[in-house]
Design a binder for this molecule. Structure first.
Ligand code: 26Q
Length: 795
């Protein structure tokens, strides 16, 4: 884009929309018009790409969540106009930094949603015909405030200043039928700008609207609320993102949401295919659909239903669905697996329920014909015990099922989905997750990016992350390591400035930055980190820990609003902070900071500033993790367990450059049956005094468990006694504590040799090539979707 043409477009937008100038525009006006000018610039490519994607075999990515984060800077970078736009703004005394607080589409909870966003970026960059389909929630993931140490939630009205990156496509709206209502699904399209290519992917987000907005008769009768009732009931469906992460709740509105976007997306696929090819006879030749976890699995019976409506018999429709669908599993934890009550499904979407039963019947018939006995069939049939098991239905119908890291896929095959694996071994694949280096290095760490580009001689790594390997030869080059250390310091200073502004806390960039950022969940064990800090605090005070390198422990985490224990852990971190930050003996050595409202934009600042990346889930519980990859890519060492993608990170970067601790999956299988944490608490004095801290009166937990604040005593009991639904310390926090502290102290002491530590960080960065989502997406494209880049079609 010509700079002067862009400048003119921007000026004219500002003039016609707001009667203002670049100098005088408010931040949000500037944001809106910069974005609109770029949208105008890319719109021919967007339109052409939409057409191209439809002209051959293509893939649809169905996901309840797309955690896009801030669009403006990333889009400018991918469109190749970042510097030009920055120049134009500079000429008028403005800068891109001023657009920072305007938008941040948090239409996702965490890993699963952010993965979907990285995948779209990679597919667009690789010219692959992949488009995303999801829900245009009015409110994204809540904003978090910490008040007196407690998490408070506020609504996230992400389109408050408009939504310049979306195009409303009224002409493609479809009606969605429930037993008790019909709702209009109106799509909004967001361009996904590929880096260094003309290909633009598309994210189609459906918004729920009323078919008839307003009941005039009711209004005339004076029933003003009733007159609006239908509108509200319809809009409720896309009103808000469920804030649960890795936990399923069998709520009616959630089922409505799942059906809403699944049915709309299936209808969209059918309509587009028919318009182009006349009939649906070859639908499966041109279409493949990836189901992001079980959340869109209702699309399976819905596609079959729509095909039957189009005149196909059930068997033909089933075969088509089998060829079209694939399913990604992101978790093995029981509480996250979706099982819907048959009565609920039947009452909300009776017509679809009929097809679920037919799929189930077909499964039973199928298994009998294979000679399987009744008991074995009952153990895995999709409908059983009055509930629909969405994962089982997905596996039965899909062509391919995949886990998201090697260890996770192995656990699925050997354990969680063993019976299914025995039945259909050819369907199971692994696709280790990845992240896009465009956002997670090129955009968020311009300083390190510049160094990499300079050393490599070109910026090819932005589309070929394996190039980082070439930099391993600088691991012993003191000049390069020196530069790396200086850059890390700059990023730590920038983070310190952000935290000062975001949380009003001063931190010292000359300390180790030890960072744990992820959703708050018991299995992720923020509590283990918290207890280790108490452990170290006592150790410093009684002199058993000496020469401790000053460390700032930084946390960022949102808890699901109804998750009591998670909220208690947030409060506990605050209390620990008060204790160590104010104690004369420790305040220069230990600092604990909780960054409020952790989101994608905060992550962009945090991942660059870390020395130590905390990835400490109980072995076997974190399917993959992707934050671990972001921190590694920006040159941090991993302090972690043998879990999820940590295993592969260590494989790539070397165990000697990371800090691995704790019981492994196989060990836990032996340990857990007779595990008694009380033995450790009572017999090991150092562990005992740490746990004791949870129940002494110095920490203020703000109330009893029946209060929404939660309680430290309840945490203590969970670790020592267990609860009605779980054994004592079911995530092995107490059991792993000593080996964790040992690894942490080893890392702390290694840091004293700055160069040796920087070398480890550097080698981690150089080894991060595997964790590009470009690699992941290529693998999906070749081995599951069987799609080729649009630029290579017909070759
Ligand atoms: C289900 C039903 C009702 C309400 C909510 C949900 C729900 C919502 C979100 C269930 C699960 C999630 C999110 C899961 C998730 O983020 N899993 C993570 O996926 C990442 C990408 O594969 C992995 O890296 C993480 O290990 C995994 O925890």
């Amino acid at each position: 884009m010509d700079k002067s043409i862009f400048a003119k477009a921007l000026e004219s937008q500002l003039r016609s929309k707001y009667n203002t100038t670049v100098e005088n525009a408010l931040d949000w006006q500037l944001h809106e018009c910069v974005s609109s000018a770029v949208m105008e610039h890319i719109s021919p490519n967007h339109a052409q790409s939409l057409e191209k994607h439809l002209s051959g075999r293509r893939a649809m990515y169905l996901s309840m969540e797309f955690l896009m984060g801030r669009a403006v800077h990333n889009n400018l970078m991918c469109a190749g106009v970042y510097e030009d736009v920055e120049d134009v703004l500079k000429q008028h005394g403005r800068s891109l930094g001023e657009l920072e607080t305007i938008e941040d589409a948090a239409l996702g909870n965490g890993g699963l949603g952010r993965l979907a966003a990285c995948f779209l970026d990679s597919a667009a960059t690789l010219d692959l015909p992949l488009d995303g389909y999801g829900i245009r929630y009015k409110y994204g993931l809540f904003k978090q405030k910490i008040v007196d140490g407690f998490q408070k939630e506020e609504a996230d009205n992400w389109t408050k200043y408009g939504d310049p990156w979306s195009v409303r496509c009224q002409q493609d709206a479809v009606n969605i039928q429930y037993a008790d209502m019909t709702v209009r699904a109106v799509p909004y399209d967001m361009p996904i700008i590929g880096y260094g290519t003309d290909n633009v992917g598309n994210l189609r987000l459906w918004q729920a609207e009323a078919v008839d907005d307003f009941d005039f008769n009711k209004f005339n009768d004076g029933d003003y609320t009733g007159a609006q009732a239908k509108k509200n009931a319809a809009e409720d469906i896309s009103r808000v993102l469920y804030p649960n992460d890795n936990t399923s709740e069998g709520k009616k509105l959630r089922l409505r949401q799942e059906y809403f976007f699944s049915a709309a997306s299936v209808a969209d696929a059918i309509r587009k295919h028919k318009a182009r090819f006349g009939s649906l006879d070859e639908l499966e030749k041109y279409l493949t659909i990836q189901l992001n976890d079980t959340h869109p699995v209702i699309a399976i019976p819905e596609l079959i239903r729509q095909l039957v409506c189009e005149g196909y018999d059930f068997e033909t429709a089933f075969e088509k669905a089998h060829k079209i669908f694939n399913y990604t599993n992101h978790t093995i934890m029981a509480e996250a697996l979706e099982k819907w009550d048959c009565s609920l499904v039947e009452s909300v979407i009776p017509k679809v329920y009929t097809y679920i039963l037919m799929i189930n019947e077909r499964f039973i018939r199928d298994m009998y014909s294979k000679g399987m006995d009744k008991k074995d069939i009952a153990a895995i049939q999709p409908v059983a015990g009055g509930r629909v098991n969405m994962a089982y239905m997905a596996i039965y119908v899909s062509s391919y099922i995949n886990g998201v890291a090697e260890i996770h896929t192995e656990i699925l095959k050997k354990d969680a989905l063993k019976k299914w694996y025995e039945l259909y071994p050819e369907r199971f694949q692994n696709k280790t997750n990845g992240i896009t280096q465009r956002r997670w290095l090129a955009l968020c760490n311009k300083e390190l990016s510049a160094l990499i580009t300079r050393l490599l001689g070109d910026s090819g790594w932005i589309t070929d992350l394996d190039r980082l390997k070439e930099l391993a030869k600088y691991a012993d080059d003191e000049n390069v390591l020196g530069e790396f250390i200086r850059i890390k310091k700059t990023k730590k200073q920038q983070l310190a400035d952000f935290i000062k502004q975001n949380d009003g806390i001063e931190i010292n960039p000359d300390t180790i930055f030890d960072i744990q950022i992820k959703r708050l969940h018991e299995y992720k064990r923020q509590l283990l980190n918290a207890l280790s800090i108490i452990y170290i605090y006592y150790g410093i005070k009684d002199g058993s820990i000496r020469d401790f390198t000053p460390t700032t422990f930084i946390f960022g985490a949102k808890s699901a609003p109804g998750y009591r224990r998670a909220k208690a852990i947030i409060k506990l971190l605050g209390e620990i902070g008060k204790m160590v930050n104010s104690d004369e003996q420790t305040k220069d050595l230990l600092k604990v900071v909780f960054v409020q409202n952790y989101n994608v934009s905060a992550a962009e600042k945090l991942v660059c500033a870390a020395d130590v990346s905390e990835q400490i889930s109980t072995a076997g519980t974190e399917a993959s993790g992707t934050g671990n990859m972001k921190l590694m890519l920006n040159g941090a060492v991993t302090l972690g367990t043998y879990d999820g993608a940590n295993v592969e990170i260590v494989q790539e970067a070397g165990e000697e450059n990371n800090y691995i601790f704790g019981a492994r999956v196989e060990e836990l299988a032996d340990i857990m049956p007779d595990y008694d944490p009380r033995k450790l608490v009572f017999e090991n004095e150092k562990i005992g005094r740490v746990l004791e801290k949870l129940i002494d009166s110095n920490f203020d937990d703000g109330g009893v468990p029946s209060d929404q604040e939660g309680s430290f005593k309840e945490l203590y009991k969970a670790l020592t006694d267990g609860a009605s639904w779980h054994v004592p310390d079911h995530y092995y926090v107490v059991g792993d504590l000593e080996s964790y502290v040992a690894a942490k102290l080893r890392c702390n002491s290694d840091y004293k040799d700055k160069l040796a530590f920087a070398r480890k960080c550097w080698l981690n960065m150089c080894s991060a090539g595997k964790f590009s989502s470009d690699r992941t997406i290529r693998d999906y494209a070749q081995n599951i979707w069987k799609i080729v880049p649009v630029s290579k079609r017909g070759v």
